[in-house]
Design a protein around this ligand. Structure first.
Ligand SMILES: O=C(COP(=O)(O)O)NO
Length: 249
């Protein structure tokens, strides 16, 4: 396989200057594997991005949590991909379920956002995941395939894409997917990529899991063949984020 382990920390809409300084100090002092083993990307709110980038250790990287779908301009409140590039922010999370649910971001819009961000030179953590109702209805595979298809329809080069499977029912609930549940969906996604994109992309794209990952469950999840890392929410704001990074080894 040879896929480098990836651990993302999605801080969501959290933090004060003091809190951010504390988190970054913990990260800067953390004993973790080298970046040849695990890639660590933390995603503060926009307002803290340059601040965190300036304080964070050089082997960790920063990500935005979203960006606009086209070139900047008369779009009040939006932040463009060009602005992130201008600030030296290399990554962006797109299609997070909280934006799909709360802001009605459609599969097509997410696909367009991913394509535009890549076109501007950003690396993308593209999020997909089913709701509890969809899982209970037995349509998880179809839902995540549809979400991935909308991204694949607009992406020609997957080198700078990490796919994050985040079951909505596991986000912020403490109800983490079992290792078997995560492995099943990740394997389905890798097969979908193999059958609908190509074998090279299927073998190289990192598919990471998000949804109530913590220091206690990360190791077992990381041991799954097709789990290539995590996108961590709540626990990324705590010292246990370091334990999650170390689950890579
Ligand atoms: O939304 C998440 C996961 O959040 P939690 O770890 O808090 O479930 N990652 O983007």
């Amino acid at each position: 396989m040879g896929r480098k382990f990836f651990v993302g920390g999605n801080w969501k809409c959290n933090g004060t200057t003091e809190e951010v300084k504390k988190i970054v100090t913990i990260l800067n002092e953390a004993k973790v594997p080298g970046e040849d083993v695990v890639e660590v990307v933390v995603s503060p709110p926009f307002v803290f991005l340059p601040f965190v980038k300036g304080l964070l250790r050089p082997d960790f990287h920063v990500s935005a949590q979203n960006c606009w779908v086209r070139k900047g301009g008369a779009y009040t409140g939006e932040v463009s991909a060009e602005m992130l590039v201008n600030l030296g922010i290399p990554w962006v999370i797109l299609g997070h379920s909280e934006r799909r649910q709360l802001l009605q971001e459609s599969n097509e819009l997410v696909g367009d956002k991913v394509a535009y961000a890549l076109s501007q030179g950003l690396k993308v953590i593209a999020c997909i995941g089913e709701t509890l109702e969809q899982r209970e209805a037995g349509i998880t595979a179809a839902v995540v395939a549809e979400q991935t298809k909308a991204i694949a329809a607009k992406v020609s080069n997957w080198d700078n894409v990490v796919l994050a499977y985040e079951p909505v029912w596991a986000i912020g609930t403490g109800k983490v997917a079992t290792p078997a549940q995560a492995q099943e969906v990740h394997a389905d996604l890798r097969k979908w990529l193999h059958d609908n994109v190509n074998a090279g992309v299927a073998g190289s794209v990192r598919i990471i899991y998000g949804g109530s990952v913590n220091g206690g469950n990360a190791k077992e999840l990381a041991a799954q063949t097709d789990v290539d890392g995590f996108l961590v929410g709540g626990a990324s704001l705590k010292p246990e984020f370091v334990d999650i990074i170390n689950a890579a080894t």
